[in-house]
Write a protein that binds this ligand. Structure first.
Ligand code: NAP
Length: 499
């Protein structure tokens, strides 16, 4: 999109991009450190990020609620073991209100790019509207999955019915009695399919690969438990620790293909499939052909019962084209449709796309990341001083909560930010050789993980695993618990001005 003429920049100490889970966390930590001069630029009209965007029926978190919340803002009132999207979105909004963040947020503000001024030691962040903000600190919290992706199937625009992406759900469309297609059967689809299958006249799932699915065991949290949580604040904290420990114990299943832990996880998945799907042909269709964990392990209690319904079909014949009446498969079969739901995930091709970020010497971040994004400890990037990326390269997980990871990243970033402010630095950035060595070690460890086991997934960019962390979350904690300034170049303001 074209950027309008620049106006005079507003001056703040820090600019945060994104008011989702990470951006709000960044703002809370800045405030706690006494930095009150910051702006949060958010392209949507509300906070919550992914929990604002993904409102499809059945949208919920696949990390248990007691853990999927900030450690400093436990919620005794979660109503379900796995909270639904409206409750999670309300949680983030409440936290934002409680911490006085809303006056800092500029909604409907889509950032075009940011440029670093080496002499001033400042970032100027420009919105598509042309408005700009200048600050010494740039925090990017835009997430890894924010651009819905729809494959370019021939004839897509010719479809005569309604089509939409799962992250842009058309709540105005009544699906009752409709012939619906779900293209894709991933993490989002296994949540909305059980909700829409009972409404549809016919639901056809276009499946490219089967997924490993384990039990979710979702249930309501009774009012009595919520009352106890309110009376005894240690109770939800204890639950959180317990859940964290159970999930962390699953790391072994991802660390190495074919490990005992991975076999145990696969056994759980096979047992679930056998218990819920009685038709051997359907069971065969639903059995993955790659090692468990290579793609995200899905959790669901109701996906298999939904696909076993008589009005649901699974089609594995690849999609050839779309015609006004429906989808035509490669073997020439036409599936007549009223609605196509694209449950095809997100464009993960380029980190922080489409932001145009220019660091030291005008270097473009996308050029620096042309062979796959990489950062130091997932947070800082050589050549891009004073920039802190949350949920950045190699910080995604297959086994535990991303909020835990983001808190560790922001704690680490805060130590560096405090150094920057206290020592009046123009720039703080990781040394290039340190970043390279750290990433070489990271990639060596990733090579043994299940993600390298030969399946296609959004965790990779041209074969390089750019999205996932390589070890346990405890190891990430260990690596980020102090400001390792020996790995950084610190440039005092006076030196930058004189240069
Ligand atoms: P996804 O898991 O990546 O699933 C995309 C689906 O679309 C897959 O089944 C994929 O098949 C299929 N697909 C893609 N291109 C296709 C094509 N050209 N033709 C046919 N099928 C195609 O996407 P998602 O469901 O949106 O989830 C993305 C991520 O969001 C998850 O991995 C997870 O991290 C996150 N998420 C989290 C939650 C949560 O509860 N916390 C919920 C939803 C999503 P292949 O498998 O063959 O590629």
């Amino acid at each position: 999109m074209a950027v309008a003429e620049p106006a005079a920049a507003s001056r703040v100490t820090a600019v945060i991009i994104g008011a989702g889970m990470s951006g709000l966390l960044a703002a809370i930590r800045l405030k706690a450190a006494g930095v009150d001069s910051f702006v949060i630029l958010e392209k949507q009209g509300d906070v919550g990020g992914t929990w604002h965007d993904n409102s499809y029926p059945g949208a919920s978190c696949d990390v248990p609620s007691y853990l999927y919340s900030y450690s400093f803002a436990p919620n005794p009132d979660w109503t379900r073991a796995f909270a639904r999207q409206p409750e999670i979105q309300a949680y983030f909004r409440r936290v934002a209100e409680d911490h006085g963040l809303l006056p800092h947020v500029r909604f409907h503000t889509s950032v075009a790019g940011a440029r670093f001024d080496e002499v001033a030691g400042e970032w100027t962040v420009t919105a598509e509207s042309g408005e700009s903000w200048t600050g010494r600190i740039l925090i990017v919290g835009v997430g890894q999955l924010n651009r819905p992706w729809i494959p370019d199937v021939p004839g897509r625009e010719s479809f005569g019915g309604v089509q939409f992406h799962s992250a842009r759900w058309r709540h105005d469309i009544d699906l009752s009695g409709k012939r619906i297609a779900s293209v894709g059967n991933g993490a989002s689809a296994v949540q909305y399919i059980p909700e829409i299958a009972p409404l549809a006249e016919r639901l056809t799932i276009f499946q490219r690969s089967a997924n490993w699915i384990i039990k979710r065991d979702d249930k309501e949290i009774p009012e009595g438990v919520r009352k106890a949580n309110r009376a005894l604040p240690l109770l939800p904290k204890f639950n959180r620790l317990l859940i964290y420990s159970i999930l962390e114990s699953r790391w072994g299943a991802f660390k190495q293909t074919g490990s005992r832990a991975s076999k145990t996880l696969e056994k759980l998945a096979r047992e679930q499939l056998e218990a819920q799907v009685h038709d051997p042909q359907l069971r065969a269709l639903l059995t993955p052909d790659y090692p468990i964990g290579c793609k995200r392990v899905l959790i669901s209690d109701d996906y298999y019962p939904a696909v076993s319904r008589p009005n649901v079909d699974i089609v594995t014949d690849p999609i050839d084209r779309i015609v006004p009446e429906g989808i035509v498969t490669r073997s020439g079969k036409q599936v007549p449709l009223d609605v196509i739901v694209w449950g095809t995930g997100f464009d993960t091709g380029g980190f922080l796309m489409p932001l145009e970020i220019e660091g030291r010497g005008g270097r473009r971040l996308h050029d620096a990341w042309a062979n796959g994004a990489e950062a130091f400890r997932g947070v800082t990037v050589s050549g891009f001083p004073n920039m802190f990326v949350l949920y950045g390269p190699n910080t995604n997980l297959g086994h535990n909560s991303i909020i835990f990871m983001s808190e560790r990243q922001m704690d680490y970033a805060m130590r560096l930010i405090e150094t920057l402010l206290q020592r009046d630095l123009a720039a703080i950035e990781p040394k290039a050789e340190v970043q390279s060595a750290w990433n070489a070690d990271l990639q060596a460890r990733l090579a043994g993980t299940v993600w390298a086991a030969g399946c296609a997934s959004w965790y990779k960019h041209d074969g390089k695993i750019t999205n996932n962390w390589s070890s346990s979350t405890l190891e990430f904690w260990r690596q980020t618990r102090r400001a390792d300034l020996e790995n950084y170049t610190l440039t005092p303001r006076a030196v930058a001005k004189a240069a």
